[in-house]
Design a protein around this ligand. Sequence first.
Ligand SMILES: [Zn+2]
Ligand SMILES: [Zn+2]
Length: 135
Amino acid sequence: MEYKICKLCGSIASESHHIIHRSQLRALINCKLNQVYLCNNCHNYLHNNRNGCELDYALQLEFQNTLEMLFIGQSFDLEEIQEALNINYNATYGLSKLMRSNKGKYNREDIILTCLGGEYPQTRYEKAKKNKKKR
Ligand SMILES: [Zn+2]
Ligand SMILES: [Zn+2]
């Protein structure tokens, strides 16, 4: 059996985490690029600790970088998007519903922002920090 390693601490991982959470974007639930293995401790910390937003931010920022590298160019059609993200037709269709197309082409910025769940990690992180202070 192959062991999975926790992306954050290197111990044996038992759980799969969606970098862009299900609640943030459903279309990339089955996209491998949007999944990392985590151990139970790190996963719990990320979602439930008041400082978990730091880890969440780090993973999402890395995902943003991956997207920036996948989509080099100005615009892409659905076939190209599907291939770059290695997702199925339904997932691609789900994404397309969230983006504006111009003659079947989608703008790079729009694709990346949509794949990030409609909000840049930086923005999301700053909001999370503000909420933390309020508590
Ligand atoms: Zn861990
Ligand atoms: Zn998770």
